[in-house]
Design a protein around this ligand. Structure first.
Ligand SMILES: [Zn+2]
Length: 293
């Protein structure tokens, strides 16, 4: 069973423009075109059973359409293998109602992106959302570390994550990008071993420059294999989730990178899907599809 816990798609009519804009600001070339159709094609090729979609609400009023789309996607999960989290913005004053609706409608979790939402993770607005999401049993996945498009913005490094862990002790809290994109030493020292899950997205492969842009070979190097393995083992392979950040990393090559990273077969199958299946309450059906347990 392979579950990609970190993917992004956009509504068909927005995908081309949205992906082009992000590719330009990140100076990184996308692998897929950002549509659900392209992601499903990639899943089939790479043998991915399930992809978790993580919508990011960048303006408070977007939450309504984003969460409506999440429900539509989840209605067809059994056929498509796509499962969408919900989205929320720190400025959504009706956060209690939004989170309750997500939970009542069977949405498994929410995505928070402190950099795109320009709010420190330990801001009171996020603390309230995280606390309330926990009450409703929602999984919380947070972008952690820096963002490729905003190199200087530190909204979600260990300094802003630790107060959340200490104050709220969220029980199903996932830090993307191995605990902190581009600040992996800090993540290893301060977050590894804490009661969190780490996803492997956008960490292990070199970044491809977008057409017409340049990247120095040493710019934003990936997390080295040796440090990755050390982090996995110190943290516990049962708390690591495979993710790609598709369309920004390719699913097939990301799976290959994990297979070649030196993990044992047990660690590999835990990370590629078993841990995620447990967290999401999913089991594989005998004849291919996926059923909920
Ligand atoms: Zn992402």
């Amino acid at each position: 069973m392979i579950i990609d816990f970190h993917t992004h798609t956009f509504p068909e009519e927005l995908a081309e423009r949205a992906v082009a804009k992000l590719a330009k600001s990140a100076r990184a070339k996308n692998y897929l075109n950002g549509t659900v159709v392209d992601l499903r094609r990639s899943m089939k090729e790479a043998g991915v059973d399930y992809s978790v979609l993580l919508p990011v609400v960048t303006k408070p009023d977007q939450q309504r359409s984003i969460n409506r789309l999440a429900l539509e996607i989840n209605f067809h999960s059994h056929e498509t293998g796509l499962l969408s989290f919900g989205g929320i913005h720190p400025d959504n004053e009706d956060y209690r109602q939004i989170l309750r609706q997500c939970a009542d409608n069977g949405v498994k979790g929410i995505k928070l992106h402190p950099i795109f939402q320009q709010t420190y993770l330990d801001d009171i607005r996020y603390l309230r959302i995280i606390d309330c999401a926990c009450e409703h049993g929602l999984i919380i996945l947070v972008h952690a570390g820096y963002d490729i498009s905003y190199p200087q913005r530190d909204f979600a490094s260990a300094a802003h994550i630790l107060p959340v862990l200490d104050r709220l002790k969220p029980d199903r809290f996932i830090l993307a990008h191995m605990g902190g994109w581009l600040c992996w030493t800090e993540a290893e020292e301060q977050l590894v071993g804490r009661d969190v899950w780490l996803d492997t997205s956008f960490c292990l492969l070199p970044i491809r420059p977008a057409p017409g842009t340049q990247r120095d070979p040493g710019e934003n190097p990936p997390l080295g294999k040796e440090q990755f393995l050390r982090m996995v083992r110190r943290h516990g392979a049962d708390r690591i989730l495979f993710g790609t950040d598709s369309p920004w990393d390719p699913q097939q090559a990301s799976i290959t990178a994990l297979k070649e990273s030196g993990l044992t077969p047990e660690e590999l199958s835990a990370i590629l899907g078993d841990n995620a299946a447990g967290l999401l309450g999913l089991a594989k059906r005998k004849k291919g599809g996926i059923k909920e347990i």
